[in-house]
Write a protein that binds this ligand. Structure first.
Ligand SMILES: [Mn+2]
Length: 278
């Protein structure tokens, strides 16, 4: 059995299928980890979700900001734009199945067998792995609970910018969600900077990529993440960023997690696949 992690697919079915061929993925025995942003902007959101649902427990996903955007749109809390290309999911007869599948996905995944963790944006350097998993499951409980809409109504926003142990209420869940699905930069005091979208070297003064801060609470766990195409593929042990800009005509990347030496395998992506609204 092999475990493969794949970068941000964003509804790009063709590169995903080409990548699965290239790594000789065996759905009957291998496991596929997906770093989130399963859909969003790309041409085939329903077909990507169909494929992942068909894999059952052979597919392990975490939620990204685009996936949460789709869930929020399902509850009429956000409007989808043509460039999101999420309407095919919302207009599909199986819409409820797609949304229920997404609502069940966690924000952080960890396998003790291989000692790898995965989150869409990354892991907060000031939380141990155990804390990250516990805090992520607080958000999952809200999403899987009786009324996810109440959480989603309070999910959006850039505050609080700083974590405090006693943080409670929606601010607590919003901070946790922002860490795992949107974070790129923080400062030495652990404050998040959520507006910056460019490459790491254009970060505002005082802020650095989250993966530049040491996390003593990780011990030897390695981490795969996505979300930051402008950072390029990140090879920064123990952190490995797999967003190689598939949706922007870059590449879709995979890594075999049982290998001691990280070896990225990728396929090129169609620069015209992104939906360009008229
Ligand atoms: Mn993202």
């Amino acid at each position: 059995m092999a475990t493969w992690a794949v970068g941000d697919v964003q509804g790009c079915l063709d590169p995903l299928n080409q990548l699965l061929d290239k790594i000789a993925f065996r759905p009957e025995s291998d496991q596929l980890w997906l770093v989130g942003d399963l859909v969003g902007r790309g041409p085939d959101p329903c077909a990507v979700l169909d494929l992942l649902i068909s894999l059952g427990d052979r597919a392990v996903c975490v939620l990204g900001n685009h996936d949460l955007h789709l869930i929020a749109a399902n509850f009429d809390l956000r409007q989808v734009k043509p460039k999101d290309n999420l309407s095919p999911v919302l207009e599909h007869p199986d819409r409820a199945d797609y949304i229920n599948f997404l609502l069940k996905q966690p924000l952080v995944h960890y396998s003790a067998d291989i000692n790898w963790a995965m989150a869409h944006a990354g892991l907060y350097p000031w939380w141990s792995l155990t804390e990250s998993l516990d805090l992520a499951s607080e958000v999952s409980c809200a999403l899987k609970g009786r009324d996810p809409k109440v959480f989603l109504e309070n999910m959006y926003g850039n505050t609080p910018t700083q974590w405090e142990q006693g943080l409670s209420g929606w601010g607590r869940l919003r901070f946790i969600t922002n860490v795992f699905t949107r974070m790129r930069l923080c400062d030495a005091r652990g404050r998040l900077e959520l507006k910056h979208k460019g490459p790491p070297d254009s970060a505002p003064a005082g802020f650095k990529p989250w993966f530049d801060f040491e996390n003593p609470g990780l011990s030897n766990t390695r981490v795969v993440f996505g979300h930051w195409s402008d950072a390029g593929g990140v090879y920064h042990p123990p952190y490995f960023g797999l967003d190689s800009a598939c949706i922007w005509g870059g590449r879709l990347s995979a890594v075999h997690l049982e290998s001691e030496h990280v070896n990225i395998i990728s396929v090129s992506c169609d620069p015209n696949a992104t939906i360009h609204p008229q």
